[in-house]
Design a protein around this ligand. Structure first.
Ligand SMILES: NC(=O)c1ccc[n+]([C@@H]2O[C@H](COP(=O)([O-])OP(=O)(O)OC[C@H]3O[C@@H](n4cnc5c(N)ncnc54)[C@H](OP(=O)(O)O)[C@@H]3O)[C@@H](O)[C@H]2O)c1
Length: 277
């Protein structure tokens, strides 16, 4: 699919992966609507990608609020009359072990932003996306949507849900010329996912990816109509033991969890920033 002159929506575009993707889409010749809750930061991003004179726009809203997402769809319809690409990227991690009743509400909030945010944006924009074919929906999941790691139950649940939704929708929409893609980043240092412990670890820091890598994978998925991209690519291999050697996979997961607990105890790893409320 050609990006030049296309119209794209990027949610969670005020920082990290979304911000970089908005910039790269604009450089590729697309008109981009950047979406997030912080107006002041979005205004900076809008200026960085070329401003409204170049056909870009911003929309301040919470993807977990369906009425606000309906307003986003109206904004796209009124401003552009089309939507060629939707990048469902907004999300956050509220890590911590699932201990009891209080954690149910925390899980509901993570699902509301990470999963229902994807569902609302896809649902409300789908009529316009179907009128703009060939078009693309790119859902940003995570390796946590393939592998459940310790201390991450809520986040992992939200990303597994995105994977199921995306794989099924890919089949349903393929015959209507809408490509639904799934991007599964590994560890990428950003504002909401700083990964301080990994950055300080002399071995693990080599396993970190960059926002540039993820943005390139998103653009590759759109241009070449790819269903799935893992970033960095070699993380794909991490899924093999789960399928082929499940007992080894569970043993390694327990060991990783022990190492993570030690990093937390000695203060080299902080809780992931909570940005969902
Ligand atoms: N970085 C990683 O290691 C990693 C790994 C796997 C997957 N991912 C996924 O990649 C995506 C982007 O994460 P990132 O690393 O770029 O983190 P980030 O820098 O913290 O960016 C998150 C973005 O989401 C927006 N956002 C959060 N809640 C929102 C809401 N309710 N409504 C609208 N926008 C909201 C934030 O903007 P406002 O605060 O202005 O609303 C921000 O622009 C997420 O879905 C994340 O799960 C990241």
């Amino acid at each position: 699919m050609e990006l030049t002159s296309s119209v794209c929506v990027v949610t969670g575009a005020s920082s990290g992966i979304g911000r970089r993707t908005a910039l790269d889409l604009a450089r590729a010749g697309a008109r981009v609507c950047v979406v997030a809750r912080r107006r002041a930061v979005l205004e900076e991003v809008l200026a960085e990608i070329g401003g409204s004179d170049r056909g870009h726009s911003l929309f301040v809203g919470d993807v977990a609020d369906r009425a606000q997402v309906r307003d986003l769809a109206e904004h796209m319809s009124a401003t552009y009359g089309r939507c060629d690409v939707l990048v469902n990227n907004a999300g956050y991690s509220d890590d911590g072990t699932f201990e009891g009743p209080d954690d149910v509400e925390r899980l509901e909030r993570v699902m509301a932003v990470n999963f229902y945010g994807v569902v609302y944006c896809t649902g409300e924009l789908l009529p316009l996306i179907l009128e703009s074919t060939p078009s693309s929906i790119v859902n940003i999941s995570s390796m946590a949507g393939r592998l459940g790691l310790g201390g991450n139950a809520s986040y992992s649940a939200s990303k597994f849900a995105i994977n199921g939704f995306s794989e099924s929708l890919h089949i349903d929409l393929a015959g209507r010329d809408v490509c639904v893609s799934l991007i599964e980043p590994g560890f990428i240092p950003t504002e909401g996912f700083p990964h301080p412990g990994l950055q300080k670890d002399s071995v693990m820091r080599h396993a970190l990816g960059t926002v540039e890598d993820v943005s390139a994978a998103i653009i590759d998925a759109i241009e070449n109509r790819k269903m799935e991209r893992v970033v960095p690519r070699w993380y794909h291999l991490l899924q093999l033991p789960r399928v082929l050697l499940p007992r080894l996979h569970r043993w390694a997961s327990l060991k990783m969890n022990e190492a993570r607990s030690r990093r937390k105890d000695d203060g080299t790893e902080e809780r992931t920033q909570e940005s969902g409320s």
